[in-house]
Design a protein around this ligand. Structure first.
Ligand SMILES: Nc1ncnc2c1ncn2[C@@H]1O[C@H](COP(=O)(O)OP(=O)(O)OP(=O)(O)O)[C@@H](O)[C@H]1O
Ligand SMILES: [Mg+2]
Length: 257
């Protein structure tokens, strides 16, 4: 399974991507979670401390690696093809959740055709992870839609579009779904998150019906998750209603694939 998690800023992409990664990893499945969002939250969701998270150097900022992969003997000329399979073993960080974490750093222009050396490395790496690896790959994407254009995310098999009941989140979700549907991605669906009342659930359902989009999961607003977001603490997964809903989503995704 190769899953990308997209949506408007703050809707819960990182929480859902990280929780899914932890659930699959606990089943002893090899999982690589990819942080394509420059904030360190995915690392924390996977059980690393903020200090540990801060020590991870993003691939896009790793100058030695980028030089090693792309430098030629000619100044100003760099290589466009190189192998990257070694990078995973070297830079994917083990986390307490059992999933490995690869922090890409800013990959904003991956879809824009930008061919600077850092982007070339990140792009090759994403392509390798999504197209060639056998692990479960979960890509926590940056907020918004700019990066989706011709990006490597087009090669995932599943695109989860996270939204809450807010109109702006739904509007972004609609745009992402339309773009994803025009791509080769096999499964595109909404995950309604932070749903705190039947009315909010109905708002997302009505939106999905109107736009002919599947809802793959509904995750309730969970005060425990909210507090953990404020205090930096951890969530007790046994009592977390949101995590329980994400376990249901995880099973559904396995059935679908
Ligand atoms: N189901 C939920 N119930 C309560 N709080 C939630 C829920 N899902 C996420 N949150 C909280 O919402 C905040 C934003 O979540 P998260 O960082 O996962 O969003 P994001 O979409 O990745 O944001 P960004 O676009 O900034 O990367 C966090 O504080 C998180 O703890
Ligand atoms: Mg995030």
């Amino acid at each position: 399974m190769k899953i990308a998690v997209a949506g408007k800023g703050g809707v819960g992409k990182t929480f859902i991507a990280g929780t899914l990664a932890a659930i699959y990893a606990r089943d002893a499945q090899p999982v690589i979670a990819i942080d394509a969002d420059p904030s360190p939250n995915l690392a924390v969701t996977l059980g690393l401390s903020e200090t540990e998270a801060g020590q991870i150097r993003p691939i896009a900022e790793n100058e030695e690696l980028i030089r090693l992969k792309t430098q030629t003997d000619y100044p100003g000329v760099f290589r466009l093809t190189f192998t990257v399979d070694d990078v995973i073993g070297k830079y994917a960080v083990p986390t307490p959740s059992g999933a490995f974490l690869l922090v890409m750093g800013t990959v904003r222009s991956v879809g824009s055709g930008c061919t600077c050396p850092a982007n070339t490395v990140v792009k090759a790496l994403l392509r390798h992870l999504i197209v060639e690896r056998r692990e479960i790959i979960i890509l926590d994407m940056e907020a918004g839609i700019e990066h989706l254009g011709r990006g490597t995310a087009a090669h995932v098999d599943t695109m989860l579009v996270v939204t809450d009941a807010n109109r702006k989140s739904l509007e972004t979700a609609r745009t992402i779904c339309k773009m994803a549907e025009a791509s080769p991605i096999r499964h595109v669906g909404l995950v309604a998150n932070k749903v705190s009342s039947p009315m909010e659930g109905e708002v997302v359902s009505a939106f999905a019906r109107k736009n002919d989009i599947t809802i793959l999961g509904t995750v309730p607003f969970d005060p425990e998750v909210f507090s953990a977001g404020v205090t930096g603490g951890t969530v007790d997964e046994k009592s977390s209603v949101a995590m329980e809903a994400i376990r249901g989503l995880a099973h559904r995704l396995v059935d679908m694939s």
